[in-house]
Design a protein around this ligand. Structure first.
Ligand code: V47
Length: 386
């Protein structure tokens, strides 16, 4: 039932977006109303997407490293974690870690995305050491590592400040931080999912400190479990507020919940419609975050491709060795080739552009794609092609 009232309300929001005005909590909640056409919300998001990023679809060549799955926490949404004595539990040694660096180099990766469990028998020095090890042997690879949850754990282990930990890790070779661990900030939901781990204040404060010392970070939201539209919009506004303060978030990644092998396995995973609506609403609410990523590993290739018309301008990378989503039932491949990624972006009518982790254009040697250099910030490209 599309009432006149709804149409008028939507027009009000459209006028705001066209005039580059900020959307409110109520606007965001309204856009989640299933009676509001997804096509109309998508079209609005696409307007913002093209205003900010032209016709470009970004990707990178990357790999994941999850050095351990042993974790002191028992988040209800997580299928990756393990107890120490569980046969599934592992912690990698230096040789295995270096092998991953070698493999990444041979495959032309510009980025290694490093996250894992909080292993109660591994001191902070173990986590720091593996960053230093990789950085020393493979200095060309950008290490995007440790979520705010891990940083919070390191703070607890070392009894030092967040700033000290981040500066120490940067000295070891850390290049930036991924956006994981944010889940849903609202305590009504967070307390049901992961009551013990870094709380909302700690997550935001760690990212604030990272931005203050010049480390770029990403941000995420885990949706499609026990939360409601109100909690999602509240989450986006908390991110937007911090971004107003620091400007340090590069990209937002909405993460669709995968229920298999988790303590919430009775929940049905979000539909493609919900994925696209969340992508579009995220683009509209986060007016101060430059990029929105459709993470193909978790959305599936088809939805990620479609999302490039619903607000997203980035689809993450080729990816290797992804475990967090595959342990939770993701049926996407473990890795896409560079040609696959380029083709799926072109087929969506966008111009594929390879970026590095901090959104600089990557130039490859045409005769040897494992050799590359980084150029100007991609913001320049979007401006010139839009
Ligand atoms: O924090 C865990 C989520 C996150 C499940 O920064 C799950 O570029 C769905 O943050 N179903 C880690 N989600 C992944 C992440 C990420 C991914 C891609 C790019 C970037 C980036 C960051 O994954 C966790 C949690 O929110 N998660 N288990 C699950 N069963």
């Amino acid at each position: 039932m599309i009432t006149k009232e709804r149409e008028a309300r939507f027009r009000e929001i459209r006028d705001k977006v066209e005039a580059e005005q900020r959307l409110s909590l109520d606007d965001g909640i309204f856009l989640y109303d299933p009676e509001v056409s997804l096509g109309a919300v998508g079209e609005l998001a696409n307007l913002v997407r093209e205003r900010k990023n032209g016709n470009v679809g970004y990707f990178n060549i990357n790999t994941h490293l999850n050095p351990t799955n042993v974790c002191v926490y028992r988040c209800r949404f997580c299928a990756f974690r393990s107890d120490l004595r569980d046969p599934k539990g592992y912690a990698m040694n230096d040789e295995q870690i270096l092998q991953r660096g070698q493999e990444a180099t041979e495959n032309g990766c510009t980025e290694m995305h490093i996250v894992g469990g909080l292993h109660h028998q591994k001191p902070y020095e173990w986590y720091r050491h593996l960053i230093e090890l990789l950085h020393t042997h493979y200095p060309q690879i950008h290490l995007k590592g440790w979520t705010a949850v891990e940083i919070n754990w390191f703070e607890f282990q070392t009894k030092k400040s967040v700033r000290w930990v981040l500066e120490d890790l940067r000295e070891a070779g850390l290049g930036s931080m991924p956006g994981g661990g944010a889940e849903i900030f609202h305590p009504e939901v967070r307390d049901q999912l992961c009551e013990h781990k870094a709380n909302t204040h700690a997550w935001l404060d760690i990212h604030r400190t990272a931005h203050q010392i010049g480390l770029r970070t990403n941000c995420t939201m885990l949706y499609g479990h026990v939360e409601k539209a109100y909690h999602r919009i509240d989450h986006l506004i908390r991110l937007r507020d911090l971004q107003d303060e620091t400007g340090g978030f590069q990209v937002f990644i909405p993460l669709a919940f995968h229920p298999e092998n988790t303590k919430l396995s009775e929940i049905k995973k979000p539909s493609g419609i919900m994925d696209l609506r969340t992508m579009a609403i995220s683009r509209l609410m986060l007016d101060n975050v430059q990029h929105i990523k459709a993470y193909w590993i978790m959305l599936g290739v088809e939805t990620a491709q479609t999302a490039l018309a619903y607000g997203a301008d980035d689809i993450d990378g080729t990816v290797r060795h992804e475990l967090i989503y595959h342990d939770a039932g993701a049926t996407t491949p473990q890795c896409l080739s560079v040609d696959d990624i380029r083709n799926l972006i072109s087929e969506a009518g966008r111009e594929p552009v390879e970026r590095d982790t901090i959104y600089r254009q990557v130039h490859r040697d045409p005769n040897d794609y494992t050799k590359w250099t980084t150029g100007e910030s991609v913001e320049q490209i979007a401006i010139t092609t839009s």
